[in-house]
Design a binder for this molecule. Structure first.
Ligand code: ADP
Length: 795
């Protein structure tokens, strides 16, 4: 750290000898008065020694403060000769001295190290030439220091006065060094900078840095102050405004809104615990600083609580006869559903409020009137009607809502729908309950269970609402196309009412009595007649479906064209003829009647059950030379592929019984194809159809084209029962098949089939493939192979 070599000048050769006081964390500069704490024994002795002589003492800083008993090597060599002005003994026995720095000195050698240090030192004289540069430097340093004193909260004005009175550059530098906030090393370095001008330059740099820091501090401080002032000012103004508004009898909009909320909560029919919750939230709103973003969230929440129905109720129409009449007025048929509603009303009349509403599940193909009957029931009972579709819901939160901590969160669909219902006892329709999904975000079916369970639904919990909501007075009706996908736990809660597909006659009747009058009215038409023949034609050629949705659309299309003719000033048609149908509806989309033109080899007609009702399904089998592969095409599902395998195994193992020619199956590829392109197909009930097509191909015997069939087969050729009996039979009837081959197991289901259909078709119930095959296959004709070139190859 010793930087400048001490150049012993001629005047400075006289050495002085004084007691030496080592100090730990201070550096004493000339012209500086400083109190020093004296603790160590050796130090006290040195002080005593000095006081006994001329009060002069040599003060030198330790290189490392933590050394308790320093040796001469532990001390810097440049120190300060000082004079002890006063010694004070403190009440606690410690001693401190007040010293005044006089002159820098370099320790030359130690004359005594025992008891205390005594050293010889060479005083350092500073000679500063009066130069303009020095003068300028002094002024600049002084100006900087003045600013520091102005900004700093620790430097007093006295410090500036002392600096101002310094008489040369070295002196000024020492005064500044004494006052600046520097650490011991930096101070010692300045002490050892013996050239006064260099020292003052170093200090100017330190001062400039200090000033930067002080200015920044000041800036931050004033910014903070400004902020504080601003909010205080706003607060004051707002308080004043309140007082003024009170004086004028006005309310500020915020207060007004809060008061309104308060009144609304009072006026609503919330149960007590909900009211408590609402009031708590309102109190939170009161305590909130204006413009806080949370205010909006609380306000929306309160609106939900206020607007939800809590007690508003409609009174049920209990007149059974009248309800029956109303239901019949709007819907044809559907006896089971109508009857169930009438029973409900009757029991309700006797049991009163104690009776829980039933939870009905309407199951049937699209367009069979599930939704519209639901609406009619609501109308007949005098309840409000609301509806929500569950199709594709995968997230539990869609049913139960998100917690309010999420930005933009809302109640779930159940509560949203109740909000729309406006009463606590609406007829609530949950559509497409069979299309509910599940994934990682929880199981919506579990939430629905809570909605539909009479034991739990008096306290339904929605995450957003955060208070229980009573759903027990709601009449729930769910709808589904098929029952299978509905979780069994949900099925358990509900009473299933089937909505079968309609047969042709029923469709014609529904069109005449309901669809046509409604569409004519909607299109402003007065008289347009559809004859039965036209309607039958429409049903057969344009609307191949289980329900009547497309039929209604077709009627609407015709009405629209009629309305347009009138609007354009043309003559309005009076009646719709069979010939004019293509003009209105385009070319026929289905050809009613037998599916194939001829009995064919390797082509059998199955009947399948789909979400849209039932449908016929052709199965084609072709044989080719090959390596014994079974090729399956037409988007067959796993179960259907397995039943194709089973059918093939059956055929192979019965080659002899079936009267088939012996074949080398290992030299044969068998291709089974189920057309109707991209529609995925599955289920075991195509088994008999595939087996029939296979045997037909293998034996070259064609299949009767007007025969339809369905059933699962076992390897031994037994035929097992099937589901969807009625839909399948109705589909076969729609397709114009004359004979259906069905599993024996399903014989008892025949009673569900309308008499008209039973009369139109022949039903044969079979238990085994060997009973079925003779009914399905054409008796062999001697030249059959020639007549049917698709008959396959012979081995
Ligand atoms: P779903 O809900 O079963 O899919 P919709 O209730 O939407 O079917 O019915 C489709 C249309 O068919 C509606 O306009 C409905 O009024 C009419 N409809 C269906 N069945 C009948 C019926 N039995 N009597 C009168 N109209 C019916």
């Amino acid at each position: 750290m010793e930087q400048d070599q001490v150049e012993p000048t001629e005047e400075a050769v006289d050495l002085v000898e004084y007691p030496l006081l080592p100090v730990r964390d201070a550096v004493v500069f000339p012209h500086m008065m400083i109190p020093l704490f004296v603790g160590r024994d050796r130090s006290l002795r040195a002080v005593d020694e000095a006081l006994e002589a001329d009060h002069r003492i040599l003060i030198v800083t330790q290189r490392q403060a933590e050394i308790a008993e320093p040796t001469p090597e532990d001390l810097y060599t440049i120190g300060t000769i000082a004079s002890i002005a006063r010694m004070l003994r403190m009440p606690d026995g410690t001693t401190s001295i007040l010293v005044e720095g006089l002159q820098r000195a370099k320790v030359v050698d130690f004359t005594q190290t025992r008891a205390f240090f005594r050293a010889r030192a060479m005083p350092i004289l500073e000679v500063v030439e009066e130069q303009p540069l020095t003068e300028a430097l002094m002024r600049a340093a002084l100006a900087l220091f003045e600013k520091c004193v102005e900004l700093s909260r620790s430097l007093s004005d006295d410090a500036y006065v002392t600096a101002m009175n310094a008489q040369d550059a070295g002196w000024l530098a020492d005064v500044l060094a004494a006052h600046l906030d520097l650490d011991v090393d930096e101070r010692q370095q300045l002490l050892e900078t013996l050239d006064p001008v260099t020292r003052l330059q170093k200090l100017s740099i330190l001062l400039a840095k200090e000033l930067d820091v002080l200015e920044l501090e000041d800036q931050i401080h004033s910014q903070v102050q400004e902020e504080v002032d601003k909010t205080q000012r706003e607060f004051m103004l707002r308080e004043q405004m309140k007082v003024i508004q009170q004086e004028l009898g006005e309310l500020d909009p915020l207060m007004q809104e809060k008061n309104e909320l308060h009144e609304k909560i009072d006026a609503s029919q919330m149960p007590d615990e909900v009211r408590e919750k609402a009031e708590k939230e309102l109190a939170r709103l009161d305590a909130m600083p204006p413009m806080s973003p949370e205010m909006g969230i609380i306000r929306t929440y309160l609106d939900w609580l206020i607007e939800l129905p809590w007690a508003e109720e409609t009174k049920d129409n209990e007149d059974v006869v009248q309800v029956a009449k109303l239901l019949d007025e709007e819907h044809y048929g559907l006896p089971k559903a109508k009857e169930r509603i009438l029973e409900y009303i009757s029991v309700r009349k006797l049991a009163g409020e104690k009776m829980r509403s039933p939870i009905l599940c309407f199951v049937g193909p699209p367009g069979t009137g599930k939704t519209s009957l639901g609406k009619s029931i609501a109308k007949a009972l005098g309840r409000n009607f609301v509806r929500v579709s569950l199709g594709g819901i995968r997230d539990e939160a869609e049913i139960r809502g998100h917690r309010r901590t999420y930005i933009g969160s809302l109640p779930g669909r159940v509560i949203q729908t109740m909000h729309r219902a406006k009463t606590v006892n609406p007829l609530f329709m949950l559509d497409e309950i069979d299309k509910l999904g599940t994934d990682f975000r929880g199981d919506p079916a579990a939430a629905l269970l809570e909605v539909l369970d009479p034991e739990q639904n008096h306290a339904f919990s929605d995450h957003y609402l955060d208070v229980d909501y009573d759903l027990s007075k709601v009449m729930f009706i769910t709808t589904a196309n098929i029952l299978d996908p509905i979780p069994p736990a949900l099925q358990d809660r509900m009473e299933v009412i089937e909505f079968p597909g309609y047969i042709e006659e029923e469709k014609v009747e529904i069109a005449k009595r309901f669809l046509i009058p409604r569409q004519m009215e909607e299109h402003g038409l007065k008289d347009l007649r559809f004859s039965d023949r036209v309607l039958r034609e429409m049903v057969r050629e344009y609307c191949y479906e289980a329900g009547v949705r497309n039929l209604e659309r077709a009627v609407a299309t015709i009405c629209r064209k009629g309305a347009r003719a009138i609007a354009e000033g043309r003559k309005a048609p009076r009646h719709v003829s069979v010939q004019s149908l293509p003009k209105y509806l385009g070319p026929p989309q289905y050809s009613y009647g037998i599916m194939e033109e001829e009995d064919e080899v390797g082509l059998a007609t199955g009947i399948a059950w789909t979400a849209g009702g039932g449908d016929t399904m052709a199965v084609e089998v072709t044989l080719m030379e090959g390596k014994g592969n079974l090729i399956l095409t037409g988007q067959l599902g796993e179960v259907m592929q397995e039943s194709a395998q089973a059918a093939l195994s059956y055929a192979r193992s019965h080659v002899a019984d079936l009267g088939l020619k012996k074949r080398r199956f290992d030299k044969l590829d068998i291709h089974v194809h189920v057309p109707e392109g991209a529609i995925p197909k599955d289920g075991p009930s195509a088994g008999v159809t595939i087996a029939t097509a296979l045997v037909s191909a293998l034996s070259s015997r064609p299949v009767h084209r007007e025969v339809g069939m369905t059933g699962e087969i076992t390897l031994r050729g037994r035929i097992l029962g099937i589901g969807g009996f009625r839909e399948k039979v109705l589909a076969a009837h729609r397709a114009g098949l004359k004979k259906v081959l069905l599993p024996k197991k399903n014989e008892r289901d025949l009673q569900e089939i309308p008499r008209k259909v039973r009369r139109d078709m022949e039903f044969v119930f079979v238990e085994r493939m060997d009973e079925l095959l003779p009914l399905a296959l054409v008796q062999p004709a001697p030249d059959s192979a020639k007549k049917h070139p698709r008959a396959g190859i012979s081995s």
